[in-house]
Design a protein around this ligand. Structure first.
Ligand SMILES: Nc1ncnc2c1ncn2[C@@H]1O[C@H](COP(=O)(O)OP(=O)(O)OP(=O)(O)O)[C@@H](O)[C@H]1O
Length: 257
């Protein structure tokens, strides 16, 4: 069964100055355990799409279903990692308490066990007692990822999660995400405006058009589950796909898998 089904999804913002259609007629699915990247031009409606899937916006048209159930409000088994880690972590809580925060309904023992496991998975086993402001940007984003993982969501939504860190940290976090999803079989929908990142991370890449966003292509990424920053990015398949995505983003010929 598909973990996520987006069917005829469209949203029009209505305001005093008129209306604006941000996304329109979006159709796609994400299978259990898949990592799908969504790439599109700036302002095309990527955040609107994620907010709609997260149940934060009620769409004007179409439906979103999470493992067969129509999304109507914020689904319980979904976690989101945003670009801006400094605003998503609570500065007055320790790293461990930040990771445990969404787990309040669980027993204390279970909360602690999950936080220890998730912090170890992101390489921060020793940082639990620190506060977010004592960590580098990359480490803070690791905490945000650990918090999402500890929640064990059916679907992990990531909105430009590595856009606010330096290039070296970005590569490390990309590889961290690939390792975690291999180990934990997490289903991920990741939005980025970075073409290389979408090909490096994705099992599939969905290319969106300019606003109002529609899906112009679904591309399979034949790079296998284990990738490396130097070899993979230099491979023929990678170079060919990134050129294809770049062409599609510039309004080139539509090439559907
Ligand atoms: N609350 C809102 N009310 C009215 N218009 C909005 C609202 N939120 C977004 N928009 C408009 O919808 C369009 C899509 O915005 P959205 O933020 O979804 O795009 P995006 O692809 O995520 O942008 P970026 O690449 O800059 O992050 C934009 O033209 C934006 O101005």
């Amino acid at each position: 069964m598909n973990m996520l089904e987006v069917d005829g999804l469209g949203h029009t913002y209505k305001g005093k100055d008129g209306s604006h259609t941000a996304i329109d007629g979006l159709d796609f699915t994400v299978g259990a355990g898949e990592l799908v990247c969504v790439v599109g031009p700036s302002g095309c409606g990527k955040s609107t799409l994620l907010r709609t899937i997260a149940g934060l916006i009620r769409p004007s048209r179409g439906t979103v279903s999470l493992h067969g159930t129509k999304v109507d409000g914020v689904p319980r088994d979904l976690a989101v990692v945003f670009q801006d880690y400094s605003r998503s972590l609570f500065p007055w809580l320790s790293v461990t308490r930040n990771v445990e925060f969404p787990l309040r309904s669980l027993s204390r023992t279970e909360r602690e066990a999950r936080a220890v496991e998730a912090l170890a998975a992101v390489g921060l086993a020793a940082a639990g007692k620190k506060y977010p402001w004592q960590l580098s940007g990359g480490m803070q984003q690791r905490v945000a990822i650990a918090r999402a993982l500890a929640y064990r969501p059916s679907l992990l939504l990531m909105d430009e999660p590595f856009a606010s860190v330096d290039a070296q940290t970005r590569f490390e976090l990309e590889d961290l995400l690939l390792r975690i999803r291999r180990e934990q079989d997490t289903t991920v929908l990741l939005v980025t405006h970075d073409i290389d990142e979408s090909v490096y991370l994705g099992d599939r890449v969905l290319v969106l058009s300019k606003s109002p966003a529609t899906v112009v292509a679904h591309l399979d990424v034949p790079l296998g589950p284990v990738r490396d920053q130097i070899g993979t990015r230099a491979s023929e398949d990678f170079v060919e796909l990134r050129a294809k995505v770049a062409g599609l983003l510039q309004g080139g010929p539509v090439s559907v898998r």
